[in-house]
Design a binder for this molecule. Structure first.
Ligand SMILES: Cc1cc2nc3c(=O)[nH]c(=O)nc-3n(C[C@H](O)[C@H](O)[C@H](O)COP(=O)(O)OP(=O)(O)OC[C@H]3O[C@@H](n4cnc5c(N)ncnc54)[C@H](O)[C@@H]3O)c2cc1C
Length: 396
C-alpha cells in the first residue's frame, strides 16, 4: 500500500465509490478509505432510485435489483390514494435496489479502474499544510495518506468534512429522522411504491412502502427531527402503521438514520478539498433521495480533480469549479426548487392534503418527477399557483 496518492477519497458510499472510479479511470492514483469493515452495510436507505439515474453509473444487474417499479401511490391522511401511472413516460420507471450489493458493486468498479481500497480505516483528522488539505491521518489499515486532492464523501455525519473547516451542521428542523423495517410476509403490489402523508402518520415527512419482492418491502418513516420525542419517535409512527396495515408482517431488519433535507452547503470546495453527496447536503429535500446526487457530485468532483492535478493547482479557485458545476446543473437547480416545495408542503394541514389527493385518483405522468406531479396538481387546483408563488416557487 502506498502512502501517497493523487486523490484520497474518504467514504465508500455511492458518492465516494463513483468519485474513486472516475478519477482512477482517468489515470490518477486513487485511494478510497472506508471506516466500516464491509462496503454497503449497515444499510441506511429505503433503496429507491430512478431507472435512468442508476443506468448513468452502473449497468442494472439482477444481483442488486430487488424490484422494478412502474407505479406510485400517494395516500392521503384519510386513506384515499392517488395513483401515479408511468405509462406516458415508459413503464418500469424505477428500481428498489439491494444497497449491500449495489454499493459493493460500485466500489468494485472503482477497484477495477485501479483505485486502492482500505476497509476498516477511519479518517480521524485531515493533514493540513499551509492551509491546504493534503491527506488524512487514519486509523486502521494505514496511519496516514498524503494526497494532492481529498474528496470527502463521508455521508450524513460528515465529521471529516467538519474537521477540514467546513460547517456541515444541520438544524434538527432540517434533519429528517428515519426508521425502517424490512418486512416479510406482507400483502403488497410488487411494482408500486407507496408514499403515505399526514400529520398522524408521519409529521412533516412521509411513510413509505418500497417493495423488494412479491411479499417483502422496506416499510419506513421519516419525520422532521423537531417532531421527534419520547413516545413519538419515527419508530413509534412506524410501529403504529405496521400494527394497523401489516399485523402479520415479520421484521427481518431494522434500521434508523438521518436524512439532511436542508439547502446544500454554501461551500463544497476548499484548498485541496471537495465535499460530495450527503456530506455536501445535496439530498433531494422533498423526497430524501440522495443516491443519485451522491454519485453525480462524486463524478463531477473526479472530473475537476483530473483538471486540477494536470494543472498542478489544488487551490479553492481551481477546485471551486466543482462547486459551480453541480450548482448550475439541472440537479443543482432542482435542489433549490424542491427545497422550497418541501418548505411549502410541510405547512399543509391534513384537510388540505386530503383535498389535493382527492383532486385526482389517477395521474399519467409525462415524466416521473416532482415538478411534473405539482404541475398536474396545479391544473386541478388552480389556487395552488398563488400559494406556491408566495412560497417563492414559480413554474413555467
Ligand atoms: C432511512 C433512509 C432512507 C433513505 N432512502 C433513500 C432512497 O430510497 N433513495 C435514495 O436515493 N436515498 C435514500 N436515502 C439517502 C441515501 O441513503 C444517501 O443519500 C446516500 O447513501 C448518500 O451517499 P453518500 O455516498 O453521500 O453517503 P453514504 O452512503 O452515507 O456513505 C458514506 C460512507 O462514508 C463512510 N465514512 C464516514 N466517515 C468516515 C471516515 N471518517 N472515514 C472513513 N469512512 C467514513 C461511512 O461509513 C459510509 O460508508 C435514505 C436515507 C435514509 C437514512
Amino acid at each position: 500500500m502506498k502512502s501517497r496518492y493523487d486523490v484520497l477519497v474518504i467514504g465508500g458510499g455511492p458518492g465516494g465509490a463513483v468519485a474513486a472510479e472516475k478519477a482512477a479511470a482517468e489515470g490518477l492514483s486513487v485511494c478510497l478509505a472506508e471506516k466500516r469493515p464491509a462496503i454497503g452495510t449497515p444499510v441506511r436507505c429505503a433503496e429507491g432510485i430512478g431507472k435512468e439515474a442508476l443506468k448513468k453509473f452502473i449497468d442494472p444487474d439482477p444481483c442488486f435489483i430487488s424490484a422494478e417499479i412502474s407505479r406510485a401511490a400517494i395516500t392521503a391522511p384519510d386513506g384515499e390514494s392517488m395513483i401515479l401511472d408511468s405509462s406516458k413516460c415508459g413503464n418500469k420507471i424505477g428500481y428498489v435496489v439491494e444497497r449491500k450489493i449495489f454499493d459493493r458493486e460500485l466500489v468494485r468498479q472503482a477497484a477495477d479502474s485501479g483505485a486502492d481500497i482500505l476497509l476498516k480505516t477511519n479518517a480521524k483528522a485531515p493533514v493540513i499544510e499551509n492551509g491546504f488539505i493534503k491527506g488524512a491521518y487514519l486509523e486502521g489499515m494505514a496511519d496516514k495518506i498524503s494526497a494532492d486532492v481529498v474528496i470527502a464523501a463521508d455521508g450524513v455525519e460528515s465529521r471529516f468534512s467538519r474537521m477540514c473547516g467546513i460547517n456541515t451542521l444541520v438544524s434538527p428542523r432540517e434533519m429528517m429522522s428515519g426508521a425502517q423495517y424490512l418486512l416479510a410476509g406482507i400483502d403488497i403490489e410488487p411494482d408500486m411504491n407507496i408514499f403515505n402523508v399526514g400529520n398522524s402518520v408521519a409529521p412533516k415527512g412521509y411513510l413509505w412502502v418500497f417493495p423488494k419482492g412479491e411479499s417483502i418491502a422496506n416499510v419506513g418513516v421519516g419525520i422532521q427531527g423537531l417532531k421527534s420525542g419520547e413516545g413519538h419517535r419515527a419508530k413509534d409512527y412506524l410501529d403504529n402503521f405496521v400494527r394497523k396495515k401489516f399485523p402479520g408482517g415479520k421484521i427481518i431488519e431494522f434500521i434508523t438514520g438521518g436524512v439532511p433535507v436542508c439547502r446544500p452547503l454554501p461551500e463544497t470546495a476548499a484548498d485541496g478539498l471537495m465535499v460530495v453527496g450527503d456530506a455536501a447536503r445535496v439530498v433531494e429535500p422533498l423526497t430524501g433521495g440522495g443516491i443519485y446526487n451522491a454519485m453525480y457530485t462524486g463524478e463531477l468532483a473526479a472530473k475537476v480533480a483530473v483538471d486540477s492535478i494536470s494543472g498542478e493547482d489544488y487551490s479553492r479557485d481551481s477546485l471551486g469549479k466543482y462547486d459551480s458545476l453541480w450548482r448550475s446543473s439541472p440537479m443543482g437547480k432542482s435542489l433549490e426548487q424542491n427545497y422550497l416545495m418541501k418548505e411549502y408542503f410541510v405547512t399543509l394541514s391534513d384537510e388540505k392534503l386530503n383535498r389535493l389527493i382527492h383532486s385526482a385518483s389517477k395521474i399519467a405522468l409525462k415524466d416521473f418527477s416532482v415538478i411534473q406531479l405539482v404541475k398536474e396538481l396545479v391544473l386541478r387546483n388552480p389556487e395552488l399557483i398563488i400559494e406556491l408563488r408566495s412560497a417563492g416557487i414559480f413554474m413555467n
